[in-house]
Write a protein that binds this ligand. Sequence first.
Ligand SMILES: O=c1ccn([C@H]2C[C@H](O)[C@@H](COP(=O)(O)OP(=O)(O)OP(=O)(O)O)O2)c(=O)[nH]1
Length: 127
Amino acid sequence: MSQSPDQLREMFRMQQALNLRIGVDTARMNDEEKAKWILNYVRATQQELAELTDSVPWKWWAKYQKFDEQNARVEVVDLFHFLISMAQVLGMSADDVYQAYLKKNEVNFQRQDSGYTQKDENDSRHI
Ligand SMILES: O=c1ccn([C@H]2C[C@H](O)[C@@H](COP(=O)(O)OP(=O)(O)OP(=O)(O)O)O2)c(=O)[nH]1
């Protein structure tokens, strides 16, 4: 199997180091702990998404807001932290994520090529 880009593998390595430093070992969890930590990371992700939302002037009733593009970039990087952590709870390496992304991306192109007029639950089961 081909290897994912070095940068993605390095991000996975650094995320594991940070989570271990925080006291969370995503590589050694039983199913109960996995469920708990997926929910923790989902909640943290939702919080970062709310912060990303607030980087954009979305309040239609308020005129004081500004688009803070630099802060939006920081929030996107925060999101990567939590997404990578979730992948690691699920036992996915950088290579696993890269391979699954390749397959899903191909399915998404095929769906566009075929018009995507019908939902086929089986077209992404192989991923
Ligand atoms: O278990 C954890 C907890 C946090 N973080 C990282 C992700 C993100 O980069 C940051 C989020 O921390 P916090 O919520 O304190 O930051 P913030 O409130 O979003 O502030 P800022 O946007 O200035 O970083 O900490 C992890 O990687 N693993």
